[in-house]
Design a protein around this ligand. Structure first.
Ligand SMILES: NC(=O)c1ccc[n+]([C@@H]2O[C@H](COP(=O)([O-])OP(=O)(O)OC[C@H]3O[C@@H](n4cnc5c(N)ncnc54)[C@H](O)[C@@H]3O)[C@@H](O)[C@H]2O)c1
Ligand SMILES: O=C(O)C(=O)C[C@@H](O)[C@H](O)[C@H](O)COP(=O)(O)O
Ligand SMILES: [Zn+2]
Length: 359
């Protein structure tokens, strides 16, 4: 095992995010006293889930392997219900626990299953995608999608700890690695511009999961998220900054029937949010342009269908940051100066969309 970085996440239920290689023993250590542990996973991570189950068994803990549909197909209420049926059949009690092994979709589902079972049992995300490590597994937001939109049902349920085994990234498809970089870059814009310098200096190094640059980016992004959620687990204020780029992103995901990568949608959402802030007179053109350049350099999409605007606007109206009929967007007043744009009018929203609209 190489060096392990331990990043504390403070707040009412503190825990650590562990970053390193060869961390598969950690879920056991993080869940003392559990007699049974459900290991939720999708097909691509079956091998890792099996290995974890073997280790649990060897330690005297009964593993329950639960395979769920991959990616967003798993973030559904019927899938969660199947998981609860499995826990019930296996007699899971309040001292038992759930581990989610996979990308952000599986860990969001696993956390939600744990949050609701017996009104809350312990859980540990073993994040295997870049996006999961830097974002989804950290912070205690869990949930599923509904017909009305992305993540509209869920719970705040902090994990017992977060495991980011960098070795798992070796098998992550390049497109998913790039998608994860959208959230890393988001952290750069809202809080840590060194992230942007690193990505702009050497894009290939940023996208090489075995290298030191990628590890620095991962740890920097986790620290940004940890600092934010420590003070506002339930998103009553400052946590909203982590939603930068997400108002349009979630609308695009809904328009695509949840078949787009979340990070791809966030990439477009970041470019849109920067245009919105510039057109609202809040952000300078150079910083706005930096969004499009960073996203494009990572090979991520910078635009979306022009004709989709009416349905995107309708979807944005049920964004969780909206208050009644007032839309609220996270914008930048400058680099690393996130703020809220309250109630922008439809003409401004449309003008910004014209800057990302594609035929
Ligand atoms: N809870 C939060 O705070 C939070 C934050 C950000 C994103 N999210 C959610 O996370 C999800 C996106 O996460 P994601 O980008 O990881 O997508 P994902 O979970 O859909 O994973 C993408 C693909 O990569 C595969 N995969 C994952 N790890 C792999 C590995 N090591 N080797 C091979 N294949 C691997 C998955 O099986 C899947 O096919 C979205 O649902 C998003 O809403 C949640
Ligand atoms: O952790 C948060 O808070 C975030 O907003 C992080 C986002 O990257 C993430 O996609 C999150 O799932 C979005 O939350 P939602 O409440 O807008 O669904
Ligand atoms: Zn996100």
């Amino acid at each position: 095992m190489d060096e392990v970085t331990r990043i504390p996440v403070g707040g009412e239920r503190p825990y650590d995010v562990l970053v390193g290689r060869g961390l598969l023993e950690e879920p056991l250590r993080l869940l003392p006293g559990a007699d049974r542990v459900a290991v939720l996973h999708a097909a691509p991570l079956k091998g890792l889930a099996d290995t974890l189950a073997t280790r649990l068994q060897a330690a005297g803990v009964a593993p329950l392997l639960v395979e769920v549909p991959d990616a967003e197909a798993g973030k559904r209420i019927d899938v969660a219900a199947d998981c609860w049926d499995r826990l019930g059949a296996a007699g899971f009690t309040r001292t038992d626990a759930v581990v989610g092994v996979g990308g952000g979709a599986v860990t969001d589902l696993a956390g939600f299953v744990a949050a609701c079972w017996l009104r809350g049992v312990r859980w540990v995300p073993v994040a295997t995608s870049l996006l999961g490590m830097v974002d989804a597994a950290v912070g205690g937001k869990t949930g599923i999608n509904t017909a009305a939109g992305k993540n509209l049902v869920g719970a705040f349920h902090p994990p017992a700890g977060v495991v980011c085994d960098l070795a798992t990234l070796d098998s992550l498809p390049p497109a998913d690695l790039a998608a994860g970089m959208a959230e890393v870059v988001k952290c750069g814009f809202i809080a840590d511009p060194v992230i942007l310098d690193l990505v702009e200096r050497d894009r290939a190094a940023a996208l090489d999961p075995t290298g030191a640059v990628a590890r620095e980016l991962i740890e920097r992004a986790i620290r940004v998220k940890a600092a934010v959620v420590a003070g506002d687990l339930r998103e009553s204020g400052v946590r909203e900054v982590l939603n930068y780029g997400h108002t349009l992103a979630h609308a695009i995901e809904k328009a695509e029937g949840f078949r787009w990568r979340h990070g791809d949608a966030v990439a477009v959402g970041l470019v849109y949010a920067a245009s919105l802030a510039r057109l609202a007179g809040r952000l300078d053109a150079a910083t706005a342009d930096r969004h499009r350049a960073a996203v494009a350099a990572l090979g991520l999409p910078t635009g979306y269908r022009a004709d989709a605007w009416p349905e995107l606007l309708a979807a944005m109206r049920v964004d969780k940051k909206a208050r009644g009929s007032t839309l609220r967007f996270v914008v930048l007043d400058g680099l690393a100066r996130p703020a809220i744009l309250e109630g922008p009018d439809d003409a401004l929203l449309r003008a910004a969309y014209d800057e990302v609209a594609q035929p």
